[in-house]
Design a protein around this ligand. Structure first.
Ligand code: 4AD
Ligand code: MG
Length: 429
């Protein structure tokens, strides 16, 4: 008997096969039992007939949700649904029982489900989300690999802050204080000088005290950095990158997005070029919409929603006041109060998915910025070397994978976008 997986059943119509998996759900009539079996690759309905397979029928009646099992049967096309297959069971063995599985098909509260995340990821919806996440990550890597970027991994233990000292997780590194990385950017700047085009992709950490639907304590970020690239090209790279990734995932994960009831017509509009507006245009737009906004304000989630609602695709907001941004941003030569930075805001209220810009490449200006931000110069000595030895204009950005997953899947909260979320109030499972 051929051992198959559920995703491959279409190639075995009419043949006898064996598969192994878990019982997802079950319903029964007097003469028939309908088992929904999942094996990770898909879910199939297995029909057990009392008349045709009395022993299997008897075993099936004792199975409970999420027991592991092995079944043999003959593959048939579903009588009504094209592309769907069924299994007419001939034999069935329970491999390991699962009594009182905590997640029943009824509704559970979010905290309960989050506490059982290690089991919850077996369910259809979570499975679909994590499959979309995988496709996003693959598309991200292919985009940069296809453009000859070199992958350069950044460290996770770091001696200094990148994105401000207020969100650092401190840890003990052999008796010396160290921080979990907030961003690999500073290391990618070193990599850009070595490879021209580089990117890193890994977990990053922020001790954000805010409990919002967009913030995780641990999230994955992809960060490209390019030598001799300035802000205008950085924006172009970001829009080409984002539109290619979104379009590819919409194509490759149409089944999962349908299961998530995502309206993909909105995602299909995500095509470069994206509209670009300056920070001051964005302030004016907020005022036009009745918000009490003034230059110098940072944008909250509601502001970002108002700004992005004015467009049918992501919008790039550039040149924020330098006071709102990190120490490494290059000042705008046209107006030194502004940074040569940009954020990409996703539509439908998803807000900032990308942040980046051009880096300060002048040694004296960067030293002054460190002093202004009260950052210790010694810890950044290696970073200043990049300006001491052949400084060069360069730019890049960071995309937070979970916010992209939330947007593409149409989820209200980032907690379901990562297999095991770490949030202000969650460290388990
Ligand atoms: O805007 P951020 O803080 O930018 C940086 O870290 C730069 N050093 C990146 C660079 O230029 N190489 O973060 C970048 C992105 C945000 O746009 C958002 O998508 C995501 O990272 N992000 C978070 N995602 C989930 N939870 C959080 N707490 C996040 N903080 C940032
Ligand atoms: Mg940002």
């Amino acid at each position: 008997m051929t051992r198959v997986n559920i995703a491959g059943l279409s190639e075995h119509v009419g043949a006898g096969v064996e598969l192994q998996g878990w019982l997802y759900n079950k319903r029964a009539s007097k003469k028939l039992q309908f088992l929904e079996i999942r094996d990770g690759s898909g879910i199939v309905q297995a029909v057990v007939s009392k008349d045709d397979a009395p022993e299997a029928f008897e075993s099936a009646s004792r199975l409970s949700q999420e027991c592991s099992l092995r079944v043999s049967g003959v593959v048939a096309r579903h009588p009504k649904h094209a592309g769907v297959f069924e299994l007419a069971v001939t034999a069935l063995t329970e491999l390991s029982a699962a009594s009182d599985y905590p997640i029943s098909p009824k509704d559970h509260g979010t905290d309960f489900l989050m506490d059982h995340r290690h089991l919850w990821i077996r369910s259809r919806r979570q499975h679909a989300i994590l499959r979309v996440r995988h496709a996003i990550i693959r598309a991200i890597r292919d985009f940069f690999d296809g453009r000859d970027f070199t992958l350069v991994d950044a460290p996770i233990f770091t001696p200094n802050a990148c994105e401000g000292t207020s969100t650092l997780f401190e840890t003990d590194f052999h008796g010396q204080p160290a921080f979990l990385t907030q961003s690999g950017q500073l290391y990618m700047e070193a990599a850009a000088a070595a490879f021209g085009k580089a990117y890193c992709f890994g977990p990053t950490f922020r001790a954000e005290k805010s409990k919002t639907r967009r913030h995780l304590a641990e999230f994955w970020m992809v960060e490209p950095e390019v030598a001799f690239m300035e802000l205008a090209e950085d924006m172009q790279l970001a829009e080409e990158f984002l539109s290619e990734v979104v379009q590819r995932v919409v194509r490759e994960r149409s089944d999962e997005l349908e299961r998530l009831e995502r309206d993909v017509s909105l995602l299909k509009k995500v095509e470069a070029p994206f509209p670009r507006i300056s920070y001051s245009d964005a302030i004016a737009l907020l005022k036009d919409n009745g918000k009490d906004a003034k230059v110098g304000d940072d944008f909250g989630a509601e502001d970002e929603t108002i700004i992005s609602s004015a467009f049918d695709r992501p919008v790039i907001v550039h040149r924020y006041p330098a006071e709102l941004k990190a120490f490494y941003m290059k000042r705008d030569p046209v107006d030194a109060r502004l940074s040569l930075c940009m954020d990409v805001l996703a539509p439908e209220g998803y807000g900032e998915v990308i942040g980046g810009g051009q880096r300060e490449d002048d040694l004296a200006a960067l030293e002054a910025a460190l002093t202004h931000h009260q950052l210790p110069k010694e810890a950044f000595s290696w970073y200043l070397d990049l300006r001491r030895y052949g400084s060069f204009p360069h730019a890049g950005f960071g995309l937070g994978v979970e916010r992209l997953v939330a947007w593409i899947c149409g989820l209200p909260h980032v907690r379901e976008t990562i297999p095991f979320p770490r949030m202000l109030t969650r460290l388990t499972p």
